[in-house]
Design a protein around this ligand. Sequence first.
Ligand code: PMP
Length: 279
Amino acid sequence: PIVFLNGTYVRAEDARISPFDRGFTFGEGVYEVCIAVNGKFVDAPAHLARLDRSLAACGIAHPPERAKLDSIMEELLRKNDVTTGLVYIQVTSGVSPRNFTIRPEGRSTLLMMAQASDFEQTSAFREGIHVQLREDIRWLHRDIKTTMLMPQVMAKRDALAQGMSDTLFYDEQGITEGASSNVFLVDAHGTLVTRPLSNRLLAGCTRERILDLAREAGLPVDERPIQRAEFATATECFVTSATYLITPVLTVDGVSIADGQVGLVTRTLQRLYCNSMND
Ligand code: PMP
């Protein structure tokens, strides 16, 4: 694969990042994942706006290529022969001696790469997934998309070890989000529910699109925390992210949502979302 690192396109095996990069030593980095379908990016401006917010929140300087990220994204698809897949963008604060508070003198590190993947063809998207619940032990700036992903990696590995595909997190107010997704359910009254934005969850770009599509379709929508007990009475549940699109959740901790089949609201939103991507 060809990646973009600090101003140049290089083969992945020739890319060199300093051992003193603060992304490596301190996890001082932020990232984005944006997908392309048939060569067209989905929600790229929203992902780049969130990258700006993450950089600002962490006090990381913009990479000098900031204004050209769109064209680099396009070029990475071309150079890697990807038409449907994802582009990963990571920015770290750069290189400095290993000292917590030093501000790097050089540029922020920018790494971008592309990867082919057919999101609409995965079994998760088509058939749904089984998830477990775990207490959300992460920090309280989950609205910033940082590369400090140890809790998510551990939660997802733990889910696999339990024979499930992913983990949803909860705190004292209810479900926060999935380990790499936002969570929606259709409650006992037929209302589409998802947690309101705060520092306790990432403002998903897909979440925003789904809320818009649901409102346009005339579905009742309520942004409020989902309680763990509600999975017992919910009629449908799904998770959203750039790569999950809208993925049905069939069971939570081994208990079926309703009859354990993919529901009508989920299928309708999948169709509306895929139509909007393919427009
Ligand atoms: N929450 C978390 C913790 C995530 O990692 C992701 C994936 N980026 C999301 C939510 C969904 O965000 P998006 O729809 O922008 O991909």
